[in-house]
Design a protein around this ligand. Structure first.
Ligand code: SDX
Length: 393
């Protein structure tokens, strides 16, 4: 009706679009990418194959997959001017801030506003370039933070192995990628690849709705993901578990803090806007954490603290009533840590995983010719009043 405006803070009951990419059932804990279950994809697919599926809608044929992965490999190098931008950042810069800047800086090299309805190669090349360069940007944001020289991509390696080598190799010694680590990382990226209209994806769609470039839209998504209520939670979970460990592992005390309305502390990694049952990704990651730590011979005491916290929360009426379960961020940090990924890089890993989903959603929004996002408001400020000169105030 004209004139009636309903306010829906956080859009808890507002649908922003129609999408054929990802299906969630929050009650049943179901997650599917283009109809394929997350359980099957995590078990049988690869991150680049899932990226192709999300962006182009179908699993690739062998030729399509070969072409896709080869083209990505051939675009991992970034313009040397990007390195100059990187060198401008202090080592105190958080990798997420560096990453969103480098991604946005790509607009300096490519068409500002890409119209998917124009020649396909233009859009496809932008997508390829972004998928190809993200690991390079991510690894370089880490090298900047620790004051080490960057590593150039090694096109003889697969996607995750190349990233790990750029992250951890130093000129001082040889570096061999551990396939267990590369495989675990590939699975984690699959689990983060898309999640319908979450905060960062809605941001990518909003920025893209003004016909800003794919790079500028993704840069917006990276910044939205950074918040501790969203992708930043995986870093906040580890910091919380470390605090509990320092505090003698007293999980009961921290549970009480999480339930105390006067205490701003929340149990990070718990709760979800859509999942009112188990987050299916949390189940898979929890099992993977046991497998990967065992394979790597890592015994991390905070894994036991995390399991203890989960056990208590699942039997605590406050959490049960509010249907608060572990979400994707609760166990992921424990695996990242076992893989040698530093805590400040956890949300960067989330961004690397979510990239194909953001791209797919941006492409769908543009192909569907969706209008620029521009919500209304209910005004609650002053009625009209006359200007008072400063000597009369
Ligand atoms: C991600 O949307 C997506 O799909 C996101 C994501 C993706 O893949 O893109 O799944 C990734 O962001 C996962 C969520 C990571 N964030 C955290 O783990 C941070 C901790 N969780 C919460 O801040 C919270 O649960 C949210 C942000 C995830 C969801 O918030 P909502 O839906 O706005 O729920 P709410 O804040 O209104 O909470 C409902 C009730 C409140 O209590 P009451 O006011 O009803 O008494 O539950 C309480 C909250 O106080 N509550 C918690 C809690 N989460 C919610 N209490 C203690 N600890 C928590 N973690």
């Amino acid at each position: 009706e004209s004139g009636v405006i309903t306010i829906d803070p956080g859009f808890k009951n507002t649908g922003s679009t129609q999408s054929a990419i990802t299906f969630l059932d929050g009650e049943k804990g179901i997650l599917r990418y283009r109809g394929y279950s997350i359980e099957e994809l995590a078990e049988k697919s690869t991150f680049l194959e899932v990226s192709y599926l999300l962006i182009y809608g179908e699993l690739p044929t062998p030729d399509q997959y070969q072409e896709f992965t080869k083209t990505i490999t051939n675009h991992t190098l970034v313009h040397e001017d990007i390195k100059k931008i990187l060198e401008g950042f202090p080592s105190t810069a958080h990798p997420m801030g560096v990453l969103s800047s480098l991604v946005c800086a790509q607009t300096a090299f490519y068409p500002a506003s890409l119209d998917p309805n124009r020649a396909a190669p233009e859009v496809d090349m932008s997508i390829i370039r972004l998928l190809a360069k993200m690991p390079t940007f991510a690894a370089w944001s880490f090298k900047n933070q620790i004051g080490h020289p960057v590593n150039y991509p090694d096109n003889s390696l697969d996607y995750c192995s190349n990233f790990l080598k750029m992250m951890f190799a130093t000129p001082a010694e040889a570096y061999e990628v551990d396939p267990v680590v590369a495989n675990a990382l590939d699975k984690l990226l699959i689990l983060h690849a898309d999640h319908e209209q979450n905060c960062s994806t809605s941001t990518v769609r909003m920025v893209g709705s003004s016909h800003a470039s794919l790079y500028a839209s993704i840069s917006g998504g990276i910044n939205a993901l950074w918040g501790p209520l969203h992708g930043g939670a995986n870093q906040a979970v580890i910091e919380m578990l470390e605090n509990i460990k320092k505090d003698g592992g007293d999980t009961k005390k921290w549970m009480a803090k999480a339930k105390d309305k006067n205490d701003p502390f929340r149990l990070m990694g718990f709760g979800h806007r859509v999942y009112k049952n188990f987050d299916p990704r949390a189940r898979i990651i929890k099992k993977a954490a046991d497998d990967v730590l065992a394979k790597l011979g890592v015994n991390d005491p905070i894994l036991e603290i995390a399991k203890g916290l989960e056990e208590e929360a699942l039997n605590d009426s406050y959490f049960v009533e509010r249907k608060l379960y572990p979400n994707v961020d609760f166990y992921s940090g424990i695996i990242y840590r076992a893989l040698g990924i530093p805590t400040d890089m956890f949300t960067v890993m989330f961004a690397m995983g979510r990239l194909p989903g953001w791209i797919a959603q941006w492409k769908e929004m543009r192909e569907n010719k969706e209008p620029i996002g521009r919500p209304r408001q209910v005004y609650t400020g002053y009625n009209e009043r006359a200007y008072a000169p400063i000597d009369k105030r």
